[in-house]
Design a protein. Structure first.
Length: 134
């Protein structure tokens, strides 16, 4: 991560901190408002897009979550948190093929990452079940 002093210098209104606090309190609409301010001011801030995606997903606004995570992936597809969130959103959308690809790449690069292994299993179960229905 970035040192806190750098974040505070770049975010004197402390929108990122306020958004994170709102997220911890499960006040997702407020979190979204703050993270949108951060993303507008710092469009290359991958964490702002990640947090925005997570907040939208928590509100079940999956299309908005997808847009936010796509922006984060465009900035850094190698960021673990970003890739994991992209996989989670693909699962929410029942896009099991996309989720399988994302989690498979994560597991290849991070064999000890249990959440990625679980995501991969869930994606493969989803693919298997949707193939059974056809």
């Amino acid at each position: 991560g970035v040192p806190l002093c750098t974040i505070l210098k770049n975010d004197p209104e402390r929108n990122g901190f306020k958004g994170f606090t709102a997220m911890q309190q499960k006040d997702f609409p407020t979190a979204v408002a703050y993270f949108n301010k951060v993303a507008a001011k710092h469009p290359e801030d991958v964490e702002a897009w990640n947090d925005l995606a997570e907040s939208y997903a928590s509100m079940n606004k999956i299309d908005s979550a997808q847009i936010a995570i796509d922006k984060a992936m465009a900035i850094s597809s190698l960021d673990l948190q970003t890739a994991f969130m992209a996989g989670q959103i693909a699962l929410f959308r029942k896009d099991y093929k996309k989720a399988e690809k994302i989690f498979s790449d994560l597991v290849d690069e991070n064999p000890d990452m249990e959440q990625a292994s679980r995501g991969l299993q869930e994606a493969q179960r989803g693919l298997h079940n949707s193939n059974m229905r056809q």
